[in-house]
Design a protein around this ligand. Structure first.
Ligand code: NAI
Length: 342
């Protein structure tokens, strides 16, 4: 559906065909950090969604031009710019989905955790505003370290008395996108068919692709499993190094985040067949937050896909146990941050 708007004239020719298929544009989406490396292409991609009526672009600087530029695309949504904290509340009014890619990205040699000191505060401030202005919205956290920023967001929402664990999501879609791409390349499969669930968290060894659960069913040698797992875990670093100081993944990230927005909107719109992997509050393991495949519905998470974690290979079982201490520490670091007096 996202792409149908790429060819509006072709669409006009086929108007009769599309008339009944065309969904009503009715949802409001806000992007916080919209002028950034991820924010700009993400905003452009979601401008193509026929499900969006209003697209609010917020940043602390440079967002006016981005909004003016994107607003000229002849797709349904109305684009509005909001600059700086004094305009944040208005950017969030009546919004259904809030996407947060605000914050600093990695440079070569940095881990995602190195971003903690700056991004933790940014996410805290932005989520406080979300709690005050659109507490019912789906919240998509992209800002790293996701393993800590999602627990921070949860604590902030709890402190404000509006936490709904079914509607707070750490965006790990890029790990799935990468896993699908690398597996399809390696196994010579048609990309569009491949689906690999990725569980755990969103940093280094906490990213655990469950290759044994790949659809369509495909077998890997031990060497392939090892090489693919490590490549998927380090794919972000591959981009950071290739960009050599000019930032981290922005374009593939925007693509992945746009997919997650579109999935959320389809779920809000009543589609009963929407599944995504995402880092959320979870009972699947002993950890309070965990990324896994979930079913999305009008009220957020409708169900956890528990079968992905059953019948794991020995390699996956070991990797799952090995990631837990790091993920636990990152979650606790996030929670501790929100309990410090500010
Ligand atoms: P960027 O530096 O290009 O853009 C960040 C934007 O955030 C800038 O426009 C900046 O003005 C804005 N910003 C800073 N403080 C803000 C505030 N308080 N309120 C609103 N906006 C604010 O960075 P980029 O490359 O877009 O990355 C953004 C974040 O996404 C980083 O934390 C990065 O680590 C993370 N990321 C997450 C991925 C994931 O898979 N979840 C993948 C890649 C990056």
């Amino acid at each position: 559906a996202l792409w149908r708007h790429l060819a509006p004239s072709a669409q006009r020719v086929n108007q009769n065909v599309y008339k009944n298929l065309q969904p009503q544009a009715s949802y409001k989406v806000a992007v916080l950090g919209a002028a950034g490396g991820i924010g700009q292409p993400l905003s452009l991609l979601i401008k193509m969604s026929p499900l969006i009526s209003t697209l609010n672009l917020y940043d602390i600087a440079n967002v006016k031009g981005v909004a003016a530029d994107i607003s000229h695309c002849n797709t349904p949504s109305k684009v509005q710019a909001f600059t700086g904290p004094s305009e944040l509340a208005n950017a969030l009014k009546d919004v259904d989905v809030v996407v947060i890619p605000a914050g600093v990205p990695r440079k070569p040699g940095m881990t995602r955790d190195d971003l903690f000191n700056i991004n933790a505060g940014i996410v805290k401030t932005l989520v406080e505003a979300v709690a005050d202005n659109c507490p019912d919205a789906f919240i998509h956290i992209i800002s790293n370290p996701v393993n800590s920023t999602v627990p921070i967001a949860a604590e902030v929402l709890k402190q404000k008395g509006v936490f709904d664990p079914k509607k707070l999501f750490g965006v790990t879609t890029l790990d799935v996108v990468r896993a699908n791409t690398f597996v399809a390349e390696k196994k010579n499969l048609k990309l569009i068919d491949v689906d690999v669930p990725v569980v755990g968290g969103h940093a280094g060894i906490t990213i655990l692709p469950l290759l044994s659960k790949t659809q369509p069913s495909v077998s890997f040698t031990d060497e392939e499993v090892q090489a693919l797992t490590v490549r998927i875990q380090n794919a972000g670093t591959e981009v950071v190094e290739a960009k050599a100081g000019a930032g981290s993944a922005t374009l593939s990230m925007a693509y992945a985040a746009a997919r997650f927005v579109e999935s959320s909107l389809r779920a809000l719109d009543g589609d009963s067949d929407v599944y995504e992997c995402t880092f959320v509050q979870s009972d699947l393991t002993e950890l309070p937050f965990f990324a896994s495949r979930v079913k999305l519905g009008r009220k957020g998470i409708e169900a956890f896909v528990t079968s992905d974690l059953q019948g794991l290979t020995e390699y996956e079982e070991k990797a799952l146990e090995a990631l837990k201490p790091e993920l636990k520490a990152s979650i606790e670091k996030g929670i501790a941050f929100t309990q410090k007096p500010s």
